[in-house]
Design a protein around this ligand. Structure first.
Ligand code: GDP
Ligand code: CA
Length: 326
């Protein structure tokens, strides 16, 4: 089975670990030669930012490190056994910003990326080269090779202005009232090479429990990606359990665009034209959404077994619904 997964960072990466496990994919066989199963990840690059001359792609790196065994499990982002000497030294020079968590090991990744980009390689080629080291066991594609950055329109009394998503998320911890999210550059962006073909060839599309606004939503700002998925059987996993995000501040993103923080409202927002099936937590078992098949399962990815069972439930529902589609 060929599965396409549009993914953000932590929620996407943890789910992908369960999906790999249930499909029996190991890192040496990402193409699925032995199992017949393969996963193509369309990674969010809306979070990307250039700092200190380095191009940083937090969501691509979270997926790559998580699946490749290099992630800091506790934090959920960045490298394991990390130190922050470079960050401290930059701050000692008065270099700004100081709020970005730039680890020493992580910096090596950004240096490789910056050097390859400067030499003229597209981000998709750079990502493939970085994955040569990490062997994530999936094909990891950026949503686009073009520069698309999520900016947040905020209004805090000092007037309305746009700031980079990372400044809003990390520096202000999503506490500045957000009016709107804008994918700067998205209008003229094209899906990265391989993205539309992977969707066309996919048996099913699975939306992991990634942030529906700034992860999945940002992937969908690239013209053509969401549209291509409409032809497919699509099953999603709710990132909202019992009216709250499991981790992070997705509620601040949802309220900025006028969507209630609930499993039902997120499914409606993603759209019944896109979603065929939706997994909600058992606590939300009464949720119904018109035009979407809703099932309840334990949705906390608290350990590998539960995460694998959740991924299995998503695949099974997709297979069941694609049978009905054909
Ligand atoms: P980010 O880019 O690192 O913010 O990560 P994602 O966009 O991929 O995922 C963030 C979302 O994952 C948040 O909205 C969380 O609610 C959701 N999430 C995190 N852990 C879990 C979990 O164990 N279960 C579910 N259902 N959602 C989760
Ligand atoms: Ca992200």
């Amino acid at each position: 089975m060929r599965i396409v997964v549009p993914a953000g960072g932590i929620g996407g990466a943890r789910f992908l670990r369960g999906l790999k496990a249930t499909l029996g994919i190991d890192s040496s066989d990402a193409e699925g030669q032995s199992t017949g199963n393969s996963i193509t990840v369309i990674g969010n690059t809306g979070d990307d930012i250039t700092l200190f001359g380095l191009r940083i792609c937090p969501d691509l790196d979270t997926v790559m490190y998580t699946l490749g065994g290099g992630i800091d499990e506790e934090r959920g982002w960045g490298r394991s056994d990390e130190t922050f000497t470079v960050k401290e030294e930059l701050a000692a020079y008065g270099m700004k910003p100081t709020w970005f968590g730039l680890g020493d090991r992580d910096t090596a990744t950004h240096i490789v990326r910056a050097q390859m980009l400067a030499a003229g390689f597209p981000l998709s080629t750079v990502t493939e080269a970085l994955c040569d080291r990490w062997q994530p066991g999936v094909r990891l594609l950026p949503m686009t090779d073009d520069q698309v950055e999520t900016h947040v329109i905020v209004d805090d009394g000092e007037g309305r202005r746009a700031i980079h998503f990372q400044e809003w998320w990390i520096r202000h911890r999503a506490a500045l009232p957000a009016k709107q999210f804008v994918g700067v550059g998205a209008d003229s962006a094209e899906p990265a090479p391989g993205v539309l073909t992977a969707i066309a060839e996919a048996d099913v599309v699975v939306l992991p429990p990634s942030n529906p606004v700034v992860s999945v939503g940002s992937i969908f700002t690239v013209p053509g990606i969401r549209e291509a998925m409409l032809e497919k059987t699509v099953v999603g996993v709710s990132p909202i359990i019992g009216g709250a995000p499991v981790r992070g501040m997705a509620d601040a993103c949802l309220s900025a665009i006028g969507v209630e923080t609930s499993a039902a409202a997120v499914a409606e927002h993603l759209g019944s034209d896109l979603l065929d099936g939706w997994l909600v937590d058992e606590i939300d078992s009464d949720v119904e959404v018109e035009g979407i098949e809703v099932r309840s399962r334990p949705l906390y990815m608290s350990d590998p077994q539960t995460t694998e069972a959740l991924a299995r439930a998503a695949v099974d529902l997709a297979v069941e619904l694609s049978g009905e589609n054909t």
